[in-house]
Design a protein around this ligand. Structure first.
Ligand SMILES: *Cc1c(COP(=O)(O)O)cnc(C)c1O
Length: 382
């Protein structure tokens, strides 16, 4: 089964021949008898722990990442924080790449310190930085497949080799790369997490997250942390995500194609200092990106020579790109780090001077010609 066929049919149960599976909004599932209720394999009792609608989505998401099992959560952050709390205990040390998603940074840089967990954020573009950060109490390597805002890629094979040699657990947030372009479990990562709120649902109407891993890890995570922390995805959102994900492959293809054209336009413009989109030949990290990802996504950023004033004029001049946080939906969006971003993440690094110049575009499903015209006219007005 190829990807779009799988997304159309896999994991779905049919009732009365209905093409679209029903939505089980139940909180409670009852049993007929004492013995039936007592049986350990009773599939559903209470929706915090499991629900047929969320199950169908989980089967699909596990298959999409070539994983054995998946657990869906009420947000990407619930998936990430639950995973961190599952694997880490007092005294453990984490090595994390930067720049990283803001919530992950806040969790690992400060919040987890309350429980005695420490973290070093290092530049994964040079693997020696990972080796140099190793400590006797290091327990976890955490990274992203295609990095937040600056769109870096890292040598995943090299990073996983180091992690395995030390016996660390390796976690990758693959929200930006998506399973359409990168399947980190195939590369040897132990756990992959995604926000469902971006490309996977794709319609800007769901907040959700997922953890994909071995059957054993997902079972333990569900029995312990999902049960205790309770960040389960509500069934209605699972139903919407299952509806949105049916077109995932088509959306990624279209948005990636349009992004290639927008990136090419930007790369040739005199006001643009740098384009962060490694899928375009000739741009930074192209060979590495091409060697480990199967194609582009619709997410890119670029840096304007004129700094914040130029960024402000560009953003305000756009017509089809709406100004907003997040990305990955059917609609084109723009965001600029000068509006607000965790600068402390990159203090004292080469990234610091790039924060005021950086514009991120999430390419939507509008006609590419309209998006190109929009970018062109906004560039003309900076
Ligand atoms: C959005 C995002 C998250 C958080 O997901 P939510 O669903 O918003 O909680 C985590 N990681 C990355 C890379 C993201 O882009």
């Amino acid at each position: 089964m190829r990807m779009q066929t799988m997304l159309a049919h896999f994991g779905e149960e049919t009732f009365h021949g209905a093409v679209v599976p029903p939505l089980f909004l139940n909180s409670i599932f009852t049993s007929n008898t004492f013995d039936e209720m007592k049986a350990p394999d009773t599939p559903y009792r209470y929706s915090r722990m499991g629900n047929p609608t969320t199950d169908m989505l989980e089967k699909k998401l596990a298959a999409l990442d070539n994983g054995e099992a998946a657990k869906v959560f009420a947000s990407g952050m619930a998936a990430i924080s639950t995973t961190l709390l599952h694997f880490l205990k007092q005294g453990d040390h984490v090595i994390c790449s930067y720049p990283i998603y803001g919530g992950t940074y806040a969790m690992l840089s400060g919040w987890m310190a309350r429980f005695g967990v420490t973290c070093d954020f290092v530049d994964f573009r040079n693997l020696d930085n990972i080796r140099g950060a190793a400590k006797p109490n290091t327990r976890m390597l955490f990274t992203e497949g295609y990095s937040t805002m600056f769109m870096d890629v890292f040598d995943l094979r090299g990073a996983i080799e180091i992690s395995k040699a030390h016996g660390w657990v390796s976690i990758i947030d693959n929200t930006c790369a998506t399973p359409a372009t990168l399947k980190p479990l195939d590369w040897g990562f132990d756990v992959v997490v995604h926000s469902l709120s971006k490309y996977l649902s794709g319609h800007s109407d769901v907040i959700g997250g997922v953890v994909v891993s071995s059957r054993d890890t997902i079972r333990k995570l569900t029995e312990i942390e999902v049960s205790l922390i309770g960040g389960s995805l509500p069934p209605f959102d699972a139903w919407l995500a299952n509806r949105g994900i049916r077109t995932f492959g088509l959306r990624m293809k279209q948005q990636g194609e349009s992004a290639m054209r927008v990136a090419a336009l930007l790369a040739g413009h005199p006001q643009v200092e740098r384009v962060n989109f490694p899928f375009l030949p000739g741009l930074g990290q192209h060979e590495l990106a091409a060697s480990q990802m199967s194609g582009p996504t619709g997410l890119l950023s670029f840096e304007l020579r004129g700094g914040e004033p130029a960024v402000r004029r560009f953003v305000d001049a756009l017509r089809w790109f709406k100004l907003g946080v997040s990305w990955g939906g059917f609609e084109s969006l723009v965001y600029a780090t000068a509006i607000g971003w965790q600068r402390e993440q990159v203090a004292g690094t080469e990234y610091e001077s790039r924060v005021d110049k950086l514009v991120r575009l999430s390419i939507g499903l509008e006609d590419a010609e309209d998006l190109l015209e929009d970018v062109e006219q906004a560039l003309a007005r900076i």
